[in-house]
Design a protein around this ligand. Structure first.
Ligand code: ZN
Length: 64
């Protein structure tokens, strides 16, 4: 029985940001997001919420 790979990632709740994953800033902003000033998505510090993503089952015998 194929089991789908589930992975939990923190997601920024800010609508204009929606950053997924860990912050590049590292430990200082662990579990928080302030957006990206460079990309124009800077915002107030928001606590990221964990969201479970389900990865599609990779096809067997792949290969290019
Ligand atoms: Zn954000």
């Amino acid at each position: 029985m194929p089991s789908r790979l589930k992975v939990e990632l923190p997601v920024c709740p800010e609508p204009k940001c929606r950053h997924i994953g860990k912050q590049p800033n590292g430990e200082a902003l662990k579990n928080f997001c302030i957006g990206s000033i460079l990309e124009g998505t800077g915002h107030k510090k928001r606590r990221m919420v964990p969201v479970v993503f389900t990865a599609p089952v990779p096809k067997e015998g792949g290969g290019s």
